[in-house]
Design a protein around this ligand. Structure first.
Ligand code: 5AD
Ligand code: SF4
Length: 476
């Protein structure tokens, strides 16, 4: 890190984040890393001396956005230059990692390319970019987390009541469609003590809900106080001891890593919210094999049954890919059947996008675009139906809502249910920061509406009543 006093002059930083929650977390860490150099975050791109595009490479569409965004950047930089201001432009994230050299060659407007494993080096790389174009897409030996400064209390307070916390990064699973093992590297888990310290700081700054992040978060195996590796379940039991931290979530998981301790955490911890994102990708064993998922539809059902036995009201979410090479109508029908049988509270579905460097991209028998489009539409409508059924089943129930912000309408506040649904409630802004019991009165297309049961007694522990829901066609 350079001590040049020039570095300390206040400068504006704008970060545009694409992609997953891990990128949202990383963007905050980058802002924290650059804060000691005098960089203040701004929400106005035109004001920024340094613009970082934190990019996503998971599907082709996500990558393409970067190059179109860079076209816009060039205009903006030229306008600022006309007014005597310099602007430095950086690309970070997974496109930087996967296509760093190409970005440097194709986009002269870019001054700086930094891969996800090098964010702790940002201060020196940004300083270097003043005089030359810089690229760093190494997987360095040192642990970036231990070199990245945490946020100040002020920054955390400004970021709100909920926070992400990365506990694990990278993936060793190598699903044949996925770029993550190449862009984020091998699985690395942070030690328990470091995560607990970060969570305590967040709680001390008023954060009430933490979502633990990892590309394969339930493969977490960080070092515990006794030197032995701990799983995600053990980590959750530790985090549940922290005062003021009322809600815990985690994402994204692989079905094969739902071990007994993690399932016990769902049974035993009030703080662990009854919502689980557990991607299956396909309902066809033939396609699951081609995807190198290393599980079957049956083993996925078995895991779900175990989780439902531990936490009967759990809301399930998943990811699906349609149009994977070789997918027949019969394979797709298996996916539709699985979706109906599980009864997801929400789910994400994507058309297969061949990613350079992955085995899937080399497979013959790619599915015609029209067929994939039709399947995607059919799947999305099925998912929507399931989501609507799940929400409708909440009418009349009382559930805890963490009130996070003012609502859309005057006199309303908004927050999230334990099942991650957006809930609007009639009430005063003084409720922001409280967890309050709300009786659900009506169901909208994207959110629920409810009324406070008792405003005089904001609660700290989470309360979920009436713990069965009607959308599951399978019993636990
Ligand atoms: N094509 C389409 N969808 C993909 N995903 C990952 N890689 C691809 C790809 N090549 C989806 C998976 C994953 C989610 C984050 O993105 O469903 O779970
Ligand atoms: Fe990608 Fe998830 Fe498979 Fe890892 S487990 S390769 S992150 S889809």
């Amino acid at each position: 890190m350079s001590d040049n006093p020039e570095n300390k002059v206040p400068k504006k930083l704008f970060i545009k984040t694409f992609g997953c929650q891990m990128n949202v977390y990383d963007s905050d860490r980058m802002a924290d890393a650059l804060a000691p150099q005098g960089y203040e975050q701004t929400g106005i791109m035109e004001d920024a001396d340094l613009i970082l595009l934190n990019t996503c490479h998971i599907r082709e569409k996500a990558s393409e956005k970067v190059f179109s965004e860079l076209g816009r950047m060039k205009k903006l930089r030229d306008e600022r230059e006309h007014n005597g201001k310099t602007t430095k432009i950086g690309v970070t994230g997974c496109v930087a990692q996967a296509e760093g050299d190409e970005i440097i060659a194709r986009a002269p407007v870019v001054d700086l390319v930094v891969g996800p494993q090098s964010y702790h080096r940002l201060p020196e790389l940004v300083a270097k970019a003043r005089t030359e174009r810089v690229i760093d897409t190494e997987f360095p030996e040192e642990d970036k987390f231990e070199h990245l400064p945490g946020p100040t209390k002020k920054a955390t307070v400004l970021r709100g009541l909920t926070s992400f916390l990365t506990v694990q990064e990278g993936c060793d699973k190598f699903c044949s469609f996925c770029v993550v093992p190449y862009t984020r590297g091998n699985e690395v888990s942070r030690p328990v003590s470091h995560i607990v310290a970060e969570a305590k700081n967040l709680a001390a700054a008023g954060v009430r809900e933490i979502t633990l992040l990892g590309q394969n978060v339930n493969a977490y195996h960080g070092q515990g106080a006794d030197g032995a590796d701990k799983g995600l379940g053990a980590l959750l039991f530790e985090l549940a001891k922290i005062d003021g931290l009322d809600r815990l979530r985690y994402t994204t998981s692989h079905p094969n890593d739902m071990d007994d301790e993690l399932i016990a955490a769902h049974r035993d911890l009030d703080q662990l919210m009854p919502y689980l994102h557990l991607p299956v990708q396909s309902g066809s064993d033939r396609i699951l094999k081609a995807m190198n998922r290393r599980h079957t539809a049956k083993s996925y059902f078995e895991v779900i049954d175990k989780i439902r036995a531990a936490r009967p009201d759990i809301a399930l979410s998943g990811d699906f890919i349609v149009g994977f090479p070789g997918e027949t109508d019969a394979d797709f029908a298996d996916t539709m059947t699985l979706v109906k049988e599980i009864g997801y509270a929400s789910a994400y579905s994507f058309k297969y996008s061949p990613r350079p460097g992955t085995p899937g991209a080399l497979m013959s028998d790619q599915v015609a675009r029209k067929v994939a489009d039709e399947r995607l539409q059919a799947l999305q409508s099925q998912i929507k139906q399931g989501q609507s059924a799940f929400n409708q089943a909440c009418a009349g129930r009382t559930m805890d809502v963490l009130v996070e912000k003012q609502g859309r309408l005057e006199g309303q506040v908004a927050g999230r249910s334990p099942y991650l649904q957006a809930v609007h409630v009639d009430g005063d802004v003084s409720l922001i920061g409280s967890i309050v019991p709300v009786k659900i009165k009506s169901i909208g297309p994207n959110s629920l509406y409810g009324e406070l049961i008792d405003t005089s007694m904001p609660k700290t522990a989470n309360m979920v009543e009436n713990t069965t829901h009607a959308t599951s066609e399978r019993s636990a």
